[in-house]
Design a protein around this ligand. Sequence first.
Ligand SMILES: CC(C)(COP(=O)(O)OP(=O)(O)OC[C@H]1O[C@@H](n2cnc3c(N)ncnc32)[C@H](O)[C@@H]1OP(=O)(O)O)[C@@H](O)C(=O)NCCC(=O)NCCS
Length: 135
Amino acid sequence: MPHSYSPTQLPDREVTTRLMATPTDTNVAGDIFGGWIMSQIDIAGAVVAHKRAQGRVVTVAVNSLQFHQPVYVGDMVSCYAQISHVGRTSLTATVEVYAVRERGRAECYKVTEATLTYVAVDDDRQPRPVPPEQS
Ligand SMILES: CC(C)(COP(=O)(O)OP(=O)(O)OC[C@H]1O[C@@H](n2cnc3c(N)ncnc32)[C@H](O)[C@@H]1OP(=O)(O)O)[C@@H](O)C(=O)NCCC(=O)NCCS
């Protein structure tokens, strides 16, 4: 996907999570650990799933995940999540991750994208129907 390797711009919509990648998040090579990015993705997906489900959700599956570019220490990492499908008790979220890095001037790259499925659960951790969307 050549577009993923070219500088781009942050989406013109509300950001779900934003965090700076720090040295504590690195792998042995000194780049940001993929598991840290996956954690940010899961949190961002859960934020929109929780909002749409009006309550507790759990992650049931990571359907797809692709790392397009590395993330470096100091990058500002932004996750943009949106609900792409609502089932009876499940919700699928698409999460796009962008890194803004300073290289003399700020450059923005789409570094990762993923889709995850969440399930709305009740107090007993059992699936519950996703309520109708609030207007
Ligand atoms: C999520 C959980 C409550 C689902 O329980 P379950 O008995 O399998 O529930 P169901 O079979 O009725 O499935 C519930 C929904 O999830 C969907 N689902 C289940 N497994 C899925 C999978 N692997 N991928 C996509 N969707 C899945 C079902 O299609 C169903 O969706 P729908 O109601 O919209 O049609 C249960 O599997 C669980 O607690 N898992 C652990 C969750 C967790 O702890 N996550 C954090 C890990 S650290």
